[in-house]
Design a protein around this ligand. Structure first.
Ligand code: GTP
Ligand code: MG
Length: 196
């Protein structure tokens, strides 16, 4: 995939109506702070076009990045943000659920988990939710640069067992070294080929 243009085209708040888009979409879901916006920046070849933060809860809207006038990368708000109130969490759930259920153009959901940690309840819920809506999530194990190479296989196994995702694809990825990026581009390229 060659990035020719990127444009944050639609920002969707909790109460806003979800857009009826024409281009196909791939979405990025995962716990707050796991690296969704950083991954999107790495894919877009931009340093900080998608806003990132060491403080969890940075992205609180559904952001649609138009890539090459060809496809949207959809940055979803993160879950498990400790400071969020119960009402906020409930709204978040409704917003994500509505998006997963109603988007006609959504072709693939990438579920991000931190390669260093065992998946939590929220990760499992999200995984099940994505599956229940008819998608086969592609798991991305983020922050690969934070572990030793010798630990990778074991951490992948922990994630696989923790999510109960069988032989689903798990791609180790680092936004720092860009390791794993080509594999993600290949998946997106395939989606584009299939929708032509
Ligand atoms: P929310 O918007 O709060 O849901 O978070 P997010 O999932 O979009 O995370 P974001 O991309 O903002 O990254 C959170 C923090 O982790 C930032 O400080 C990033 O610099 C850092 N980070 C993200 N990916 C990586 C990575 O691959 N390696 C390292 N070392 N740090 C990363
Ligand atoms: Mg974010």
């Amino acid at each position: 995939m060659v990035i020719k243009s990127v444009n944050l085209e639609i920002v969707c708040g909790v109460t806003s109506k979800l857009p009826a888009t024409e281009l196909c979409e791939v979405a990025f879901a995962g716990k707050s702070n796991v690296g969704k916006s950083s991954l999107i920046n790495a894919l877009m070849n931009r340093k900080s076009y998608a806003r990132t933060s060491a403080q969890p809860g940075k992205t609180q809207t559904i952001n649609f990045y138009n890539i090459n006038e060809e496809i949207y990368f959809v940055d979803l708000p993160g879950y498990g943000y400790a400071k969020a109130s119960k009402t906020e969490v409930a709204k978040w759930g409704q917003m994500i659920e509505r998006y997963l259920k109603t988007s006609r153009q959504l072709k693939c959901v990438f579920l991000l988990v931190d390669i260093r940690h065992e998946p939590g309840n929220n990760d499992r819920l999200m995984y099940d939710w994505v599956v229940a809506n008819g998608f086969t999530p592609v798991i991305i194990a983020t922050k690969l640069d934070k572990i030793n190479r010798s630990q990778t296989a074991r951490q992948i196994k922990t994630i696989r067992e923790g999510l109960g995702c069988g032989d689903a694809k798990i791609i180790p990825f680092s936004a720092t070294t860009k390791q794993g990026r080509e594999e993600i581009y290949e998946i997106i390229d395939k989606i584009l080929e299939d929708t032509v």
